[in-house]
Design a protein around this ligand. Structure first.
Ligand code: ADQ
Length: 489
């Protein structure tokens, strides 16, 4: 018994991400309810039981600091969340500006903004200054809450400057950084005016992780070509200090989806959707309405398929569920109108008085309806032009145990490297190829569908989000032990 009492308590894990995993939902005039929003990162880390996890991030909501009788900070503390408060100007320059207008498109091979080069350069400088300032504000909060022995895990392109700020505070802090987007070819990264500063800061981390081996390789080449450092099989070396760089492909909490299919609410939706689309094969797209998701390309490929296969016109329907994001950005508004225009044209061209070939929804679906849609789908279409991983493809596979539908997957999504043997891989820019793949998928014999599904299902149910998080954190602990051994030698 004595021995048990002396066991060390769980190691603390500080997860730092731009947004906290809770949203404030208004209740009445004065009170707010904080709800955990179940994104990929949240469910990944909820499953990691061996750590005492706390979240640090921007509260992201325009609420007064008082929620009923309590302050927002107190209310968040109950959810193990610690807020970083950013003012409107910083959010505008750091988040809307540098993160979403510069890094996001660049990392997805869409280049830097070019409308007016001089204006871009001027605003670029102020946005980068705000980015550094915001990262420093995150670092201040981490530093204030840090206790010796904690592991600090920084997430995504919003916080590339954070590892350096943290190490400047305390060189002994265990710091990991993980990128959820692709890391582009070094030739693309080279165009970024702040290319070296960002690389150097990320290198201050002890472990740097990416979804795929290719992204890790691109990062190492950027460090060797731009900074002149040495790349090794373990990572990047700078004056005897090694930053470990490796691939940690994310997964989903597959059990959550599999279990959901048994729920009566999901079964009711399944029944309703089956009746609604009886006699037609269902094709499905679920994306945030973002340029990287290749939604216009997907719809144009579907149009080409209908054009070339008149007998399918009243036998197939495409359901495209697109959650609007970044709706105040002009490019995203343009994308929305473009998609609406294409859908309208195709429905006008191939629709009848009683049915249309495309149902396009500009909204998010609740979890139960989403699972039911995944379950009744015959062919899922993921046509991202670039995508770090793409969890929708994993979620679809997890819900297909009985139907064994086909996944058409862009070769430019990280998921192509894990689900490639089971999916039909396509180049989304090649509309003719995608249209042909739609025909192939719709006509695929049952035994081939089963074989392909089995491969993907095994992958999705074994490489889960929990495994991803646990592997990253344990590797981070090991990396530090190895570094200590090296310095002692
Ligand atoms: P995202 O670009 O958001 O994530 P993705 O990985 O597909 O892309 O995750 C989207 C999540 O939102 C999924 O869980 C999905 O169910 C949900 N979702 C999307 N559209 C929805 C809709 N209309 N209704 C309801 N839910 C919807 C970023 C990177 C990805 C990387 C993840 C995780 O861009 O490449 O896979 O982070 O690292």
């Amino acid at each position: 018994k004595e021995k048990q009492d002396m066991r060390p308590s769980k190691q603390r894990l500080l997860v730092v991400a731009n947004r906290l995993p809770v949203s404030a939902v208004r209740q009445g005039h004065e009170s707010w309810n904080l709800e955990i929003s179940a994104g990929g990162l949240v469910s990944a880390l909820l499953g990691v039981k061996e750590f005492d996890t706390r979240w640090i991030g921007w509260a992201g909501v325009n609420v007064p600091d008082v929620i009923g009788q309590r302050t927002l900070t107190e209310a968040l503390a109950e959810k193990r969340c610690i807020p970083v408060f950013l003012d409107e100007e910083i959010v505008n320059q750091y988040y809307n500006g540098y993160c979403n207008n510069i890094l996001w498109p660049l990392f997805h091979y869409l280049g830097l903004p070019q409308e007016d080069r001089l204006a871009t350069t001027r605003s670029f400088q102020s946005q980068f200054a705000a980015y550094k300032k915001a990262n420093q504000m995150f670092a201040d909060v981490v530093n204030k809450n840090y206790e010796e022995g904690d592991v600090v895990w920084c997430h995504d392109y919003h916080l590339m400057f954070l590892p350096q700020c943290l190490k400047e505070y305390n060189n002994k802090m265990k710091v990991g950084w993980f990128l959820h987007t692709p890391f582009p070819s070094s030739e693309i990264h080279r165009t970024l005016p702040s290319r070296s500063e960002l690389l150097r800061s990320v290198l201050a981390a002890d472990l740097v992780g990416f979804h795929t081996y290719d992204y890790a390789r691109h990062f190492v080449s950027a460090c060797t070509r731009i900074l002149g450092l040495e790349g090794t099989p373990e990572g990047v070396e700078d004056q005897g200090r090694l930053t470990r760089v490796a691939a940690f492909p994310i997964g989903i909490d597959s059990d959550r989806f599999i279990r959901a299919l048994e729920l009566s609410q999901v079964q009711d939706h399944i029944k309703e959707f089956k009746e609604r689309f009886a006699g037609r094969k269902v094709m499905l797209g679920v994306d945030r309405l973002d340029m990287i998701k290749g939604i216009p390309q997907k719809i144009l490929a579907f149009e080409k398929f209908l054009e070339e296969n008149p007998t399918w016109r009243d036998k197939v329907v495409l359901l495209q569920i697109a959650v609007p994001t970044r709706t105040d950005v002009p490019e995203y508004q343009k994308l929305t109108s473009q998609v609406h225009e294409i859908v309208g044209r195709i429905n006008g061209r191939f629709g009848t008085l009683t049915a249309v070939p495309i149902h396009h929804l500009d909204r998010s679906l609740d979890f139960h309806a989403l699972c039911a849609l995944y379950a009744i789908t015959d062919v899922a279409l993921v046509t991202s032009l670039r995508d770090g991983m793409n969890l929708v493809s994993y979620e679809f596979v997890a819900c297909q145990a009985s139907k064994k539908g086909v996944l058409i997957l862009s070769e430019f999504a990280g998921a192509a490297q894990s689900l490639g043997a089971g999916a039909i891989l396509v180049n989304p820019w090649n509309i003719t190829e995608v249209a042909a793949s739609i025909g192939y998928a719709l006509n695929m014999p049952a035994n081939e569908r089963e074989k392909r599904h089995y491969h993907n299902f095994m992958h999705v149910t074994t490489h889960t989000s929990q495994e991803w998080a646990a592997t990253f954190v344990s590797e981070l602990n090991d990396t530090i032990v190895e570094a200590q051994l090296r310095t002692r030698q």
